[in-house]
Ligand binder design. Sequence first.
Ligand code: ATP
Length: 316
Amino acid sequence: MMAGVITLENVTRRYGGFTAVDRVSFTAQPGRVTGFLGPNGAGKSTSMRIMVGLTSADEGRALIGGHRFADIPNPSRHVGVLLDASAQHAGRTGREVLRISADTMGVGRQRVEEMLTLVGLDGDEAKRRVRNYSLGMRQRLGIANALLGDPSVLILDEPVNGLDPAGIHWMRGLLRSFAQGGGTVLLSSHLLHEVEMIADDMILIGRGRIVAQGTKAELLQTQGTYVKPFEAGALDRPLAAAGITFLPSGDGGVRAEADPVDVGRAAAGAGVVLVELRPAEGAGLEEMFLQLTAADAREPVTNQPPRPVGPQGAPR
Ligand SMILES: Nc1ncnc2c1ncn2[C@@H]1O[C@H](COP(=O)(O)OP(=O)(O)OP(=O)(O)O)[C@@H](O)[C@H]1O
């Protein structure tokens, strides 16, 4: 199998005077799940379409395992693609969709049955027409289709869209084991917490430009302290007196720009009782993402203070 590093080098795509993808460069490595995160319209789908040769780049290039997608013979055997789960042939049954793909790829029909089982489409569901599938079922079928050729690279646009929490959990397990087997996974999402739950590496895109990238651990690095006094507002004076800047987090707590020990000292010095004191994990990334989202929002977004991120993607 082809070694599957995905590499984008200065990829740019314009539509008229509008630059949808602006000098985008990154790599997605084998053995890792890479999340491609950005608000609606940020340029994720366009970038992914360029990777698989469905849209051309005006400048730069996208390579998979060192090759342009268009130059890979029988590409479905190397790169599994899910771009638009709703685009699958609506009048055919799930099984038929996979059989047609299998025939095109030159893959045995036994593999179709294996993939149906793998993605949890049971006998009855496989017989149903795709137009009658729920979004979650379409996503499962799309994943089955992407995996059919036993690829070493997966490129998935919003694969978690429409999945329920159990489905998201299942998808995470599937993609993780694919990566553990040496595969490369690139998946896009417009939801930070989805990506946080699934990805090892993260690439953040806004308005066509990469604004941050790194391992999840790097990007979620501790920034400041979340602290909640027993009485709301009780810390405002002590923190200000200690020269610590802070923002209210909307739940009676604040996010302070200092280490927990310094915040704790300020509270103790003023005799303020605390109910919570901990590193404000990932608040930096969340803020960056909220700013991006707000900047691109169609409707004005209220200038709400950032909220701290819960432990490892837990709902807040
Ligand atoms: N064929 C096209 N013609 C004109 N503009 C386009 C075309 N395709 C994409 N765009 C524009 O390029 C920008 C990026 O779109 P893209 O679909 O790549 O964003 P995205 O990050 O995938 O968003 P979403 O999360 O909503 O899917 C958008 O402003 C979009 O309107």
